[in-house]
Design a protein around this ligand. Structure first.
Ligand code: FAD
Length: 472
């Protein structure tokens, strides 16, 4: 159904962007054959990788692909966790890595305009230097702004301010026929027709290639404290979260973590977590004006102690806070060698405690370790289906028996339970190829049909990220 990418096409691509920005050598293609998903079956080498430097070059590449019916997978930093940027067919992989300019930080409008290939870590630094703050913080700072927009990334700091969607004001997008459009702009309100802006955000590269992003900024907080609150078990920890939110305090982050993965990450990083030997912890970050943060932290401590917290430990200096954040953020890295797949379910906040009990029940039933942590106040639960267990605080080197079959049953049980309690199968990572078989467990047929009609309207030849989210 697709055209073949042979020498003639490679030469046409070189004519558009120059020889140096076209990769065909096998050893250099390896880097583009995967993302951070651990599922080995999704690996596939691109036929060719192209690295344009401007929206005009992207436009010419996509126009050529559309004319010749060639599939194109758009790639950001490749930190995704569902195979979204990895080709399914013999494809052109369009990498945004050379489009990495911070074009402007507009102080009056408190908005930044950046190219899609700017890494998050560079963006945070540039924004901070100009005296602003950008709250959304997905756990992997090497991700690109364009990739984060295309997956509507979230992260730990979504509780108070929301996810990427809440900050994206405008996008420049190259459509499947090569036309370049700008949706949204440097304004806050917009009731001018359908929101193509919101349709593009989270569309995982299936509707267009994002080349530029306009992002809203906020003033930085004076101060932030991190509170570590130990509980005897995870259920008790999570039960407190609705009480915190009902009290009117909106922390920047509310994370839940069990002791076993804290120990693993401590060992991995050779760093120490503030609490010891609790069953589970809440990690709360409170920010704002300095006197306000003292008062809010005290109130939070009172609420937690009134709901069976064992203690409340406060990290009020940047180094301690950084160590805590490192241990939390790098649990994934510590688990990765024994990881089969990470699940990204999102349920109503009120259901998280019961959901976590269900995960423990499933873990026992199948005799598999399913370390679970995540964003408690957002209802976003990351369950890790492990190939191995833990022994002496390290990953065990023995794989579970009947792994594939058990993993499949675990996923089905979790996905169907998420639907029962009014949740979805992905809160922030997206669908890509890895969760594609389970989409119908989350959305009804009519919704998927509508999505397919939208895809066909934007991309009639199905050249952009074909085989992602759903099959046409
Ligand atoms: C350790 C770790 C922690 C993580 N923590 C979080 C977290 O807390 N929250 C969270 O939301 N995610 C998290 N992620 C997932 C990942 O970092 C995010 O999904 C990130 O936004 C992906 O950005 P990327 O540039 O790497 O995109 P890629 O992986 O390259 O691509 C992701 C998807 O976006 C599409 N895409 C990329 N760029 C563009 C573009 N310019 N135009 C159109 N489509 C495009 C791709 O085709 C693909 O479908 C984590 C990943 C890791 C490895």
């Amino acid at each position: 159904m697709f055209g073949k990418i042979g020498n003639e096409i490679i030469n046409d691509l070189k004519a558009i962007i120059g020889d140096n920005n076209v990769i065909t050598e096998k050893e250099r293609l390896e880097d583009y054959s995967h993302d951070e998903t651990t599922t080995p079956e999704i690996r596939k080498y691109p036929a060719v990788v192209v690295k344009p430097v401007s929206a005009q070059q992207v436009s010419k590449i996509v126009e050529l692909a559309n004319e010749r019916k060639l599939p194109v997978s758009t790639r950001g930093a490749g930190t995704g966790l569902c195979g979204g940027c990895v080709p399914v067919y013999d494809e052109i992989v369009l990498s945004l890595e050379n489009m990495n300019r911070i074009i402007e930080i507009d102080r009056e409008n408190m908005m930044a305009t950046v190219e899609a290939g700017v890494p998050l870590m560079e963006f945070y630094e540039a924004v901070e230097k100009e005296g602003f703050f950008f709250p959304p913080h997905p756990g992997e700072e090497s991700a690109f702004i364009g990739g984060a927009a295309a997956t509507n990334a979230g992260g730990a700091r979504a509780v108070k301010h929301g996810v990427f969607r809440n900050f994206i004001r405008g996008l420049e997008v190259v459509l499947a026929d090569g036309s370049i459009i700008t949706v949204g702009g440097k304004f806050i309100k917009n009731s001018t027709g359908y929101s193509l802006l919101n349709l593009m955000i989270g569309s995982e590269g299936t509707l267009g290639v994002i080349t530029k992003v306009i992002i809203g900024l906020v003033p930085p907080p004076d101060v932030a404290y991190t509170l570590i609150v130990p509980f005897i078990n995870l259920h008790k920890a999570i039960r407190v979260v609705p009480e915190i939110i009902k009290s009117g305090i909106m922390p920047l982050a509310v994370e839940f973590i069990e002791q076993d993965v804290i120990t693993l990450s401590e060992n991995y990083l050779d760093k120490k977590w503030p609490g010891r030997n609790a069953g589970a912890y809440l990690m709360l970050i409170v920010d704002g004006m300095s006197d306000e943060v003292d008062r809010l932290s005290e109130r939070l401590a009172e609420i937690c102690m009134a709901h069976e917290a064992v203690d409340v430990l406060v990290a009020d200096n940047k180094q301690k806070q950084k160590d805590i954040m490192d241990i939390r953020s790098r649990i994934y890295e510590a688990l990765k060698p024994g990881l089969m797949e990470v699940i990204d379910i999102c349920v109503p906040r009120s259901e998280v405690a019961v959901f976590v009990d269900k995960i423990h029940e499933i873990s026992e039933k199948y005799g598999m370790w399913l370390p679970t942590f995540g964003h408690a106040a957002d209802g976003n639960i990351h369950t890790h289906i492990m190939k191995v267990g833990m022994k002496d605080d390290r990953l065990d080197d023995k794989e579970y028996e009947g792994l594939e079959e058990k993993a499949e049953k675990i996923k089905e049980a979790l996905y169907s339970y998420s639907r029962e309690v009014g949740g979805v199968i992905s809160g922030e990572h997206g669908i890509g190829t890895v969760k594609k078989p389970y989409l119908s467990m989350s959305l009804d047929e009519r919704q998927v049909e509508l999505m397919k009609s939208i895809k066909k309207a934007f991309d009639p030849n199905n050249i952009l990220n074909p085989g992602k989210i759903f099959d046409l």
